[in-house]
Design a protein around this ligand. Sequence first.
Ligand code: SAM
Length: 323
Amino acid sequence: MNASGLDRAPWRGLANGLRGSHVNIESLVQANERALASLHHGDLPRWQAALATLTVKSPCLDPDHPAPRLGAAVDDPEALRAGLMELHPWRKGPLCLGGVAIDSEWRSDWKWDRIRDHLDLDGAHVLDVGCGNGYFGWRMLGAGARCVVGIDPTVLFVMQWLAQARFAGAAHNYVLPLRDTDLPRDVGRFDVVCSMGVLYHRRDPVDHLARLHGWLRTDGQLLLETLVVADDEALHPPGRYARMRNVHEVPAVPRLLGQLESAGFAAPRVLDLSPTTVQEQRSTDWMRFESLDRCLDPVDPRRTIEGHPAPLRAVVLAGGSRP
Ligand SMILES: C[S@@+](CC[C@H](N)C(=O)[O-])C[C@H]1O[C@@H](n2cnc3c(N)ncnc32)[C@H](O)[C@@H]1O
């Protein structure tokens, strides 16, 4: 236990998972240790108490499902459900923990279906920047990845991963409480680097892309998923965008591809362009706050409530270095 009261055991397998990779394990472990030592949130004691109530019958992992199956079905699903509900809101999923189905705000399995066939994950060491609660990490393990290192600064999502890890048992899918700027530029290189739903939150998108480039092997794959606009060169929302704070730039595709090339990536190409629908992002029992339907113009859903173009998401694949 440490100052934040968190046991380090769930991260102990990192070194083993990254053995044989081009990652500086010592540097990564130290960055994680620094972040854990200074972790704080007013709800942390409540979340920790909720984690302590979770009874695991038998840890196991069956990840290759829309809702990855973590842990054998428990004897008292109502008690487990109540404990997991203390970690509300569950934004990414669906998940099945100890037999309890978590119907999250996002159908993240739909996003996964748009990207899975394009990634070469066999035996890969993956970095997922802004990984949320680690949902995609399970799917990547299911698709053959050797180890997935997710980083995300939102303490609740790290707690949700800790809950999942208890049910999964020893598995090389990790969530570290780090922002992109907390990860040393020289931490080494991964076979696959993902950044999904993060770029528009970064004040300096080119700096974000340059960091991703520095963490990717020259023959590796970058998977970038982000909001784009269809018409203008870029949207810089003066206030909120679809009620979201901290949306700094939403580029058009040519501008995004140019930014990727400037950052050093090879041959960036768009794999998919999809509007976000109110079927893919919606309120559920597990995410009871407002969701996308309340963020769109009720008269013209092609616009956000602020009058901007409604969310359109691009999936882009690029190589680690220009030939
Ligand atoms: C829209 S969510 C996307 C989650 C997941 N990647 C997905 O595609 O569903 C954005 C995530 O980025 C995280 N985030 C925000 N700023 C970040 C930063 N500077 N570095 C890493 N992650 C960040 C947030 O905590 C949040 O979990």
